[in-house]
Ligand binder design. Structure first.
Ligand SMILES: C[S@@+](CC[C@H](N)C(=O)[O-])C[C@H]1O[C@@H](n2cnc3c(N)ncnc32)[C@H](O)[C@@H]1O
Length: 272
């Protein structure tokens, strides 16, 4: 497919084969810094400084399961705020597109075969009603104007198309106000299932298909800072499997007591 059928406007230019539709400003610079710090640690230590690999994969699994349910081979999918393209890397039977405002991420993601562009959501460059499915994971908590971002995203989704959003669930935002927090801002708002349903149905006139939290099982929460989380995750998993072997009602009680949601996925259908 050539650029004229993908984009509704001419790019401002091209860098390393990636078209760009936005220019640097205070917002873009902030995210350029976050992604650069991430990639520096990633290149040296092979990990993400902001989230453990085990939890990250769990969150991705939760969205991937929904994508498996709501996509058909060959459909056109856009990942808004594609990052390193990890989610889409699992779906090479789809026509994959990704947009972001980090050159470091985009250069990496392009190499994985995903068609990428540099653009803020607010400068959405794609043709109207172009995509069958859109994903947007861990991005909407960052944007300056949530309603504008969603308006732009929904414009490029086909009528009847599926939007899957994953955002932090009832997060305590205090960290982002601390003087030691290294960035001007990262997460700017909080979400829960009721607010998301109201937003998508009452404001954006979408059909709300489902909501699912994603998180991990955790025991001894107060001790979690003393030892790395994965250790506690394993202990918790052991408690779960023992209780499961003993009785299903005990297992359900254990699950309820130990489950700690981090993110929530919601699936909505754009009005047809
Ligand atoms: C926490 S990362 C999530 C990346 C990826 N979606 C994932 O789940 O791993 C947030 C991403 O959104 C991008 N981003 C933030 N605000 C954006 C905006 N207004 N327009 C486009 N991308 C944005 C950031 O550069 C970053 O790559």
């Amino acid at each position: 497919m050539n650029n004229q059928t993908i984009y509704c406007k001419e790019p401002l230019g091209e860098r390393h084969g990636i078209p760009y539709f936005s220019t640097a400003d205070f917002y873009v610079d902030n995210y350029e810094k976050i992604s650069k710090d991430h990639m520096d640690v990633f290149e040296k230590e092979g990990k993400n400084p902001n989230i453990g690999e085990e939890l990250w994969v769990k969150l991705e699994d939760s969205t991937a399961a929904l994508l498996n349910k709501y996509t058909q081979p060959g459909e056109k999918i856009l990942d808004v705020g594609v990052g390193l393209g990890r989610l889409l890397s699992r779906f090479d039977h789809l026509q994959r597109y990704g947009m972001d405002i980090s050159w470091d991420y985009l250069e990496h993601t392009k190499k994985t075969g995903i068609e990428v562009c540099f653009s803020r959501i607010e400068d959405m460059p794609y043709c109207k009603e172009f995509f069958d499915v859109i994903t947007c994971t861990d991005v909407l908590e960052h944007v300056l104007d949530l309603n504008l971002a969603l308006t732009k995203i929904l414009e490029v989704l086909k009528p009847g198309g599926i939007l899957i959003v994953r955002v932090p669930y009832r997060e305590n935002l205090k960290l982002y106000l601390e003087s030691y927090y290294p960035y001007r801002y990262a997460h700017l708002r909080n979400f829960d299932e009721y607010g998301l349903e109201l937003l998508f149905t009452r404001v954006f006139n979408c059909q709300f298909l489902e909501a699912q939290t994603a998180g991990y099982l955790e025991s001894f929460r107060s001790l979690k800072f003393m030892l790395p989380i994965p250790r506690w995750v394993r202990i918790t998993e052991m408690i779960c499997s023992v209780s499961k072997a003993l009785s299903s009602s005990l297992y359900n009680k254990v699950l309820r007591a130990l489950y700690y949601p981090i993110d929530i996925n919601v699936v909505v259908r754009k009005a047809g």
